[in-house]
Every structure is written in C-alpha cells, then in structure tokens.
Design a protein around this ligand. Structure first.
Ligand code: ADP
Ligand code: MG
Ligand code: MG
Ligand code: MG
Length: 777
C-alpha cells in the first residue's frame, strides 16, 4: 500500500468533481519529478520485499479456522513508539496496513544492499523476525499465515468475531464491511469503485469439476432485498458453473509477495522494467497458491484475475457491455445525460475515445479493454540504454491513452518524455482518482507528489515503474539524493508463499535475476499480446506441468550460451569444496568455473538440472509428469511464431535451460560467481560465506524443482490436500473441517514442525536440508 494520507475521504459523487484537477496537477507533479531526478545517476542497487500476512484464528477445540478481524491493534502497537515500535526498529522491520482488517504487510525497515551476498539470505532472517514479532503481539491461537487467498472467505461465519454481510460500503452478499481496514480510505475506496462503476464488481471463477460437483454456486442468496444491487447475480452478474464473488475484498483481501529494486538511473530502470515484463506470468504460474475461493475448489491456481475483477471500476460503456436491465450504461460518471443519451453510434478514435462523448469536465469517455489492476500494457522502451532491443511493434495491445496528458508530456519543454514514456503515463492517466481527501485537494506541486501517486498507485500492474518523490532543494537549488529513493522497478505478480524460506527464495531469485539481467543484458522482448496469452495460461491448474509459455527464442537472447557453461548447481559444490575442483584432466578452475579446456569434461554435469528433471518426478506428490516436455519439441512448427523469434517453452526449459541454452538459473549462478562472491577468492573463504551460498543454492533448487514439476506448487499441494481429505465429498466444496485441517497444515509447514509434511511439500532433498537448517543462521 502506498502512503496512507490522513483526512476526510470524499464520496465518489463529490470526489468526481475534482478528477481533472487531480490529473492535471498530478502531471505537473510528474513533470517536476522528472526535472528534479531525470539526470540522477549511479544510484546503488538497493532492494526490498513486501510480504502480506493474514491473521488466522485457529481454534483447536471447535476445529475452525477464521479470519481474525479484531486484532488489527497489533499494527498500531507495532508502530507505536511507546509500545513495540522500538523492537521492530531494532530488528529492521516495518509493519504497514493493508486492505483487510485481518491483514498485515511487513517489509524491511531499510532496503537491502544488492551488492552484498549476505543480504540475499538475510532477507529470510528479516522475514522470520517479522513473523516472530507479530506473533508475539498476538494471542497464541491467532497465527499470521502467509496464504494467498483465505479458502472460506465469504462463506457464512468465516470471521472471528462473526460479522454479517450487510455493510453499505461493499453491499456484498458475502463479505461484511468489518473485514475492511478501519482507516476511512479503505471503505471509501470500496464504495467509490462501486459507485463509479454503477454496479457491483463481479468475479466468476470456473468451478473445479469433480465427480459430484453441482456446477452451481448455491451460496448466492436468492431473495435478499437489502440493497438494490442484491438482484445483480440474478440479472447477469453471476455465470452458471462459476463461483460468483461481488466485492473488492475477495481480491484486495488476498496476499502477495512484491519486490522493489532501485536502478542506477532512469534508463537502466526502463530496460529492467521491460525485461521483467515477460517474466511476470512465468513467476505467477510458478508461485501459484490460490486454488480455493469462497469455499469451492476452482478450476484455476492463482488470485490474479480475481483482483483484476475486484477493483474493476469500469462502467458498462467503458467495458463495451450491455448494461443489466434498468442499469445505467454510464454508471456513476458525471455526464450530461440528456445530451449524451441522444447521441448514437459512437465511433472510436485513435486514443480509444468514443467520439462526442464526454464527462462534464470535458474528459472523453473511452472503451477500456482492461481493469486498472492488470498486466503491463506498454513497454517503456530501452533505446536510451545500451541495449536498444525494443521495437514499437512489441507494444501491440489496445491500451487507450489520455490524449491531453500524452500531448502535454510530449510537448513538455524539458524534452525528457519521449513517446514511450509519455504513452506509459498517458495510459495510467485514463483512470479517475478513486479516493480524494478533502484536505489534500490543493497541493504545492513543487513539493508534493500525492496527486501523481493517487493515479500511479491505483494502477496495479504486474510491474510498477516507480519514479522518485519530490524534495525540497537547498539554497543553491540542489537536492542531496543520499538515502532518497531513486528510479525503482517493482515486480508484483507473485503469490505469497507459505514459508519464509520460499518467500525469501522467490525474493532473492527475482532480485538476482534482475542483477543478472543488468549484467548480461539479455533480450527478452516479445509482443505484449503474447505476454497476455501467458497471463491466461498462468491461471490454469498446474500450468507449470502442462503448459508452454511464449518466451523469446533462446537463441535470440543476445547472449553467448557458451559463456554459461559450468554455471549450474555443480558450481556451488566446486566453489564450496576445495580439492573437489580438479577433474581428471586437470583443468584450471576460477571461482568454480571450468576453463575452456575442461568443457568436454564438464559436459556431463553442465545440464544436469534439466536432464534430471525431465527424466521424471522424484516425488510422488505431483500426480502428472511434466507433460509439456513430452512429445512435442520446441521446434514444433505451431510453437514458433511467424518470424521464428518467439517460441513456446515449458517453465522447466525457461528456468532450467533447454539442454543447450542456459535457463534463468544459470544466469543467476554466473552472476553470483562473478559479482557476488568475494573478488579475490578462488574458493569459498569462510564458513559464513559457505552457509550463505548453501542457503542460496537451496533457494534456487526450490525454484528449479518447482519449475521441473519435481515438487508441487503451493496451489497443487493445497488442491491435493483437499482432494485427499477423508471428509471431502468430491463436490469441490471446502467445508469448515477441511479448511481447518488445511490451515493447520499450513501453520505446521510454516513452523517446519512436521517432517512428513515438510517432505511432502519440499521433496526429499530440500526437506533434508531444511529440517537440519530451519533458519539461515
Ligand atoms: P509500496 O507498497 O508502495 O510498493 P512499500 O513501502 O510497502 O511500498 O515497499 C517498498 C519496498 O521497497 C520495501 O521493501 C522497501 O524496503 C523497499 N525500498 C525502500 N527504499 C528503497 C530503495 N531506495 N530502493 C529499493 N527498494 C527500496
Ligand atoms: Mg501490500
Ligand atoms: Mg507496500
Ligand atoms: Mg508494493
């Protein structure tokens, strides 16, 4: 969550009068940010993660697991100087509010140093501290668990204490307003989305079809007459065979794992942002952890499209949809009804504007293909970086822009906004502000960036390009940038994982990959329409095992694959164990890497990860084998695009390499070997460094084995926990009892208490290590 402005949030019908004011001033603030920071250079590579927790009331007596909605005082305490703040500070931990009253977000208080090997493991220590500190504040039966979606969210009595779904903010048939953070911003956000849209949000997830599944969401009340909107599921909002959800909390009340990284300068940040765009759906698939919604097993593995729907504030006309009977095409937009309703057959211009249709403040009404929560719609372009791989044709999505903002940025006399940057921000600024605080309408545009952040932080995409804030300059008109965040890139698609070990592993993986990207400068650009297809694939059940994702053809990455030979998992062993580095033909090793003379001898080992995983699944817990790898080869005509530049790969190939080309893990291992281990060391110098490297090796192994299908994703594991529960009736329903047992298993896993469970989840190799080394130190 961004900054929590204090004050009085305006109701939509009041706030909409200020929309254009916020946009105009937001763009002025952006221009001022660029003036202040555009030429900033040589910032350190800093990074930080965000983990979101749910407070779960695990009642051993009644065998129930519920969302605790009365423990949000812990957040106040953890931020209170007189209470637990000092302890949090001592431990370099910071706690933040989130959408759900049962949620806590926690980050390191100070970002980590990307140049320090230890910090890639310290992240786990920091995460352990966060869990410990919040646990200390809570009664023993309340557990801060890192689950992506609470399985019985919206099922009758699912909160502790109980609350009824009769709240005016969401008007939900399932979620009480008491699940929403008490800060006025959050209920207002919920209500304003609904009021702008003119109807409630509606998410429909396909039910997981089992033998006795009724393919009918029987939890929808038939006759409630509390709000006018109660009728919506019966007039088009709910789809047969789907689980119907009608409130922001189903999406924004789920948890995720995000990583923010600071780049040297804006141009490096643009290249990193773009290069991570095609990685986003890959990591969504790999971190899949949400197979259950509203008490039903669903036919998908991730939360993403639920949040897209949960904050989708588009009106019927913007969605180009027929309104429900007696509902307004224009929702809560401020329009002159008489004039507008007389105009028919509106054509659409190049910006996506419906011609002749404007809100009262003169903003064109547009058709908008996607929700404001969604995957990236525009690359930023890398032509000012060393690479220059980007081509205009890669931005091939229909992403309408605010033409007024576009022209203003492009014509700004600073000349700092090229057409791709102007396009990026002009797309974000097609949206309306969702919450405006009455006290914050007039701002000093030289010092405040609130209006800019209002739009920026409510465009929730897979990546966020984070410009710096505005700072007061000294008497000479200069700003000291020391310790002031610079140009940052945030990676946002990942689902939160159950254990700190996994969350640390994925955090380090993304950060190391980003550093490897900046060092080796691969070309990962593919058209965004293909990234979009990948987002759809990433939702599918076990997409890791069954699907092939579009990715830049490995021979077009613009790196020499020979340079990565030897940088596989065996590098760790060679570097760690002196004496183990000399093969029979006596090659010279440098930092564990074989000289070219030894390549032949290395070959057997080089692609070990890929070969081993392809050969089948060591752990029986994953039912299907890595099907995507069987039969068809990547040369298959249907899997290559017209130009042969993009291909479809299994996640296994992308992560672990395809036998010839390195996968993402090799890039990372070479980065560690050549950038992060102490410069002068041919071998691991001491036991601290060894411990760190071993932990890192297991982080990478987790990702490697998940990608190969050797061990299950959290979603796969959870789904099978339900399917194999004796109380399960093969009807796709996750009852209170099943939910309790699942949450209890999650809690046990979190604490790594139960050997059988840990092995079932992590496989033999990783669990052997983890049970001996629960924490990194
Ligand atoms: P948001 O919710 O807006 O994404 P948060 O403050 O919750 O922002 O989290 C931002 C993350 O960025 C935290 O992990 C924090 O440690 C990290 N961070 C802070 N400053 C920097 C910086 N200069 N460079 C990179 N990361 C940073
Ligand atoms: Mg958050
Ligand atoms: Mg945050
Ligand atoms: Mg964030």
């Amino acid at each position: 969550m961004g900054l929590l402005s204090l004050g009085t949030p305006l109701d939509w019908h009041e706030s909409k009068k200020h929309n254009e004011h916020v946009r105009d001033n937001g763009i002025t603030q952006l221009i001022n940010i660029f003036r202040q920071h555009y030429n900033r250079d040589n910032d350190k590579f800093l990074w930080g993660d965000e983990v979101e927790y749910m407070l779960i009331d695990l009642d051993k007596q009644s065998h129930t697991a519920k969302l605790a909605i009365d423990k949000d005082y812990v957040l106040d305490d953890l931020n209170d100087e007189a209470k637990s703040l000092p302890k949090a500070q001592e431990n370099n931990v910071l706690f933040h509010p989130e959408y759900g009253r049962y949620m806590i977000e926690a980050t390191p208080a100070k970002p980590y140093d990307g140049g320090k090997l230890e910090d890639y493991v310290y992240v786990e220590e920091n995460m352990i501290k966060r869990r410990d500190l919040s646990t200390d504040e809570l009664p023993p039966h309340i557990k801060p668990l890192t689950i992506t979606a609470f399985p019985r969210m919206g099922c009758g009595n699912f909160t502790s204490p109980p609350a009824k779904p009769i709240g005016p903010a969401s008007q939900s048939l399932f979620l009480p307003d008491e699940i929403i953070n008490r800060h006025a911003r959050f209920p207002t956000l919920t209500a304003n989305i609904r009021k702008r849209k003119g109807h409630k949000v509606a998410m429909n997830l396909p039910m997981y079809p089992d033998k006795r599944t009724k393919l009918l969401d029987d939890s929808i009340p038939v006759n409630r007459q509390l709000f006018k909107s109660d009728v919506e599921p019966h007039i088009g909002a709910s789809k047969p065979g789907h689980v119907y959800m009608d409130s922001m909390g189903f999406g924004m009340g789920s948890s995720c794992l995000q990583i923010t990284m600071q780049c040297e300068n804006i141009n490096q940040a643009r290249y990193l942002y773009d290069t991570l765009v095609p990685v986003a759906p890959i990591l969504l698939s790999l971190t899949g952890a949400a197979p259950i919604f509203k008490g039903f097993l669903v036919d998908q593995d991730v939360r993403w499209n639920v949040i897209c729907g949960a904050v989708d504030d588009r009106t019927f006309i913007e969605k180009a949809q027929e309104p429900y009977p007696n509902y307004h095409l224009f929702g809560g937009l401020d329009i002159n009804e008489k004039e507008n309703l007389q105009v028919n057959n509106h054509s659409v211009n190049a910006y996506g504007d419906l011609q002749d249709l404007y809100t009262k403040d003169g903003k064109p009404i547009q058709t908008i293909p996607k929700s404001r929560y969604g995957s990236v719609d525009n690359y930023l372009g890398d032509h000012k970086f060393d690479t220059s791989y980007f081509k205009d044709s890669f931005n091939d999505l229909n992403a309408p822009i605010n033409s007024k903002v576009y022209k203003r940025l492009l014509n700004d006399k600073s000349g700092q906004f090229d057409k791709h940057l102007a396009n990026h921000f002009a797309h974000l600024f097609i949206r309306d502000p969702l919450v405006i605080f009455s006290e914050r309408i007039d701002q000093d545009n030289n010092l405040s960036n609130d209006h800019f952040e209002n739009l920026q932080s409510t465009n929730w995409q897979t990546l966020r390009f984070k410009p710096p804030a505005l700072y007061e300059s000294d008497a000479d008109g200069k700003v000291d940038f020391t310790n002031k965040p610079g140009w940052r890139v945030e990676f946002r698609p990942m689902e939160v994982q159950i254990t700190d070990f996994e969350n640390a592993a994925f955090s380090s993986f993304i950060t190391l990959l980003s550093r490897a990207i900046l060092k080796f400068k691969p070309n990962f650009y593919i058209p965004l329409s293909k990234v979009e297809l990948n987002m759809t694939l990433a939702h599918k059940v076990d997409s890791v095992l069954n699907d092939k994702f579009w990715f830049k053809s490995m021979d077009s990455w613009n790196i020499d694959y020979h340079d990565f030979t030897g940088y596989d998992f065996s590098w760790f062993d060679r570097f760690l164990m002196e004496g183990n580095d000399v093969l029979e033909d006596g090659p010279v090793y440098l930092k564990g890497y074989a000289s070219s003379a030894s390549l032949a001898a290395m070959n057997g080992k080089t692609n070990g990860a890929a070969t081993q995983a392809h050969s089948g699944q060591a752990n029986g817990s994953v039912a299907a084998s890595a099907k995507g790898c069987e039969g068809k080869t990547v040369e298959d005509v249907n899997d290559v695009d017209d130009f042969g530049i993009d291909q479809r790969y299994t996640l296994h190939e992308i992560i672990n390499g395809d036998g010839k080309f390195p996968g993402l893990i090799s890039l990372i291992i070479k980065l560690i070997a050549t950038e992060l281990v102490p410069e002068s060391c041919k071998h691991c110098p001491d036991s601290n460094c060894a411990r760190t490297l071993i932990r890192l090796k297991y982080y990478l192994m987790l990702i490697s084995k998940r990608a190969s299908g050797e061990i299950p994703t959290a979603a796969h594991w959870m789904r099978h926990k339900v399917l194999n529960n004796p109380a399960y009736q093969q009807d796709s329903k996750v009852t209170e009892e099943i939910n309790y047992e699942l949450m209890e298993s999650v809690d046990n896993l979190t604490q790594m208490k139960d050997k059988e469970l840990v092995t079932e989840f992590f496989g033999e190799v990783i669990s052997d290590y983890l049970l001996r080394n629960k924490a990194p130190i």
